[in-house]
Design a protein around this ligand. Sequence first.
Ligand code: FEO
Length: 166
Amino acid sequence: MLKEKVEAALNAQLAKEAMASQVYLAMASWAEANGYNGTAKFLFVHSDEERQHMLKLFHYINDRGGHAAVPALAAPKSDYSSIKTLFKDLLSHEIKVSESINELVGICLEEKDFTTNNFLQWYVNEQIEEESLARTILDKLELLGDDPARMYLFDRDIQTMAQAGA
Ligand code: FEO
């Protein structure tokens, strides 16, 4: 049985994963509408992954005798000035999610809920990978500069990454 404090914190994390899925969906829409189809594909896949992160928490809460709450979500930002600003936002979003996972782990340890702590280690590792991927993409964008022809190549490359990850 989940302690109330842990259940509330898990539900708060569930809402953040759902929001991440929304944010990346809006980013995908911006990319698709602006002709960056590879980037859009990458972001659609990423949005689906965040929904899976949300569902994993959802089932865990219910399986442990809690009640997973479907959150209300605010409309995400829908416009970006460039691919680079989009990925900068994506990285800061992931950093916030990592901080939130770490706080959640802290609550589990305070409450001596070692089972949930164990469950959350998957998220701890996932965040390392997601932050690292976002940083790799941003480094690539820094190297490419703002030349539209190079953005075309970037878009093609990231599509390959999305297909490899899917
Ligand atoms: Fe599930 Fe990218 O945080």
